[in-house]
Design a protein. Structure first.
Length: 185
């Protein structure tokens, strides 16, 4: 079954290919390309293999010439191997890694908000109803960072109540889940 590269994938891949491969140019002959003149060239000649590792931008001429040109095929095979060795697939390889992304910053901030809320509430009350903690922390995260979902806060609480974490979840006689401080032995 042959699956062509979708228009959506082409839009998503274009900036990555441009940055990864040195510009908006034909990977083979280095001629300048435009959105209308570029071809998404499959390095292994398999048009159903639409992994970004298997793609480069090419001009029409090189795209047509490659199937019958041993040197171009060798160059393509080497490029594919290099791409796979660098693990380009599914990664944002070209972001500035000198500072954390906004997503990471928000995640760290929201985890700190979660931990602080649980710690402070347990110091005062000795325990906190899990569902109350969840709703309150989601509100605080959204208020302080503009982001926060029940699922992400649930994951933070799961980390804070893991086997080695300072808190644990217990079920009381009322069948409700509470977060309490873990006893240190």
């Amino acid at each position: 079954m042959s699956r062509h590269l979708s228009a959506k994938s082409k839009r998503e891949y274009l900036p990555i290919l441009i940055q990864r491969d040195g510009g908006f140019i034909c990977w083979y002959c280095k001629v300048t390309l435009t959105v209308h003149t570029c071809i998404y060239e499959h390095l292994n000649n398999n048009r159903a293999d639409n992994r970004i590792d298997n793609l480069v931008l090419a001009c029409f001429s090189c795209n047509n010439k490659k199937p019958n040109d041993f040197d171009m095929q060798t160059k393509a095979t080497d490029k594919l191997r290099a791409n796979e060795d660098r693990n380009f697939v599914g990664e944002k390889m070209y972001e500035d890694t000198s500072s954390p992304s906004t997503e990471i910053t928000i995640n760290l901030s929201n985890f700190e908000i979660t931990e602080q809320y649980v710690r402070e509430t347990i110091v005062v009350d000795g325990r906190i109803l899990f569902s109350e903690a969840l709703d309150s922390i989601v509100y605080l995260c959204k208020k302080n960072t503009g982001h926060g979902s029940h699922q992400s806060v649930r994951n933070y609480l799961k980390s804070l109540t893991s086997k080695i974490a300072p808190f644990k979840i217990i079920k009381e006689e009322d069948k409700k889940k509470y977060i309490v401080k873990r006893n240190e032995n």
